[in-house]
Design a protein around this ligand. Sequence first.
Ligand SMILES: [Zn+2]
Length: 99
Amino acid sequence: MLISCPHCGPRDVSEFTYQGDGNRVRPDHASTDIGAWNAYVYDRVNIAGEHNEIWQHSGGCRMHLSVTRNTLTHKISSSTPVQAARPTQKAARKSRTKA
Ligand SMILES: [Zn+2]
């Protein structure tokens, strides 16, 4: 399996480290909802199809990537830097204060 690093180009999967599910949303830091924290830490879905994942190019530039991979065929349809795929904390704070 090849993963295309935006910085280094296509590289073998052995150069990358799986960092986890890219769809999980962390509860607010001030949240005391134990159920929400329990679900964030322990609950996982077993998707058959397109799945967003976080990978790190640990054997190369060490960039974190947001990768969309089909779990049935292992075909990768996109890989982008995590910073480009997710809103920054500053942008998230800005959108929260606008409401
Ligand atoms: Zn790289």
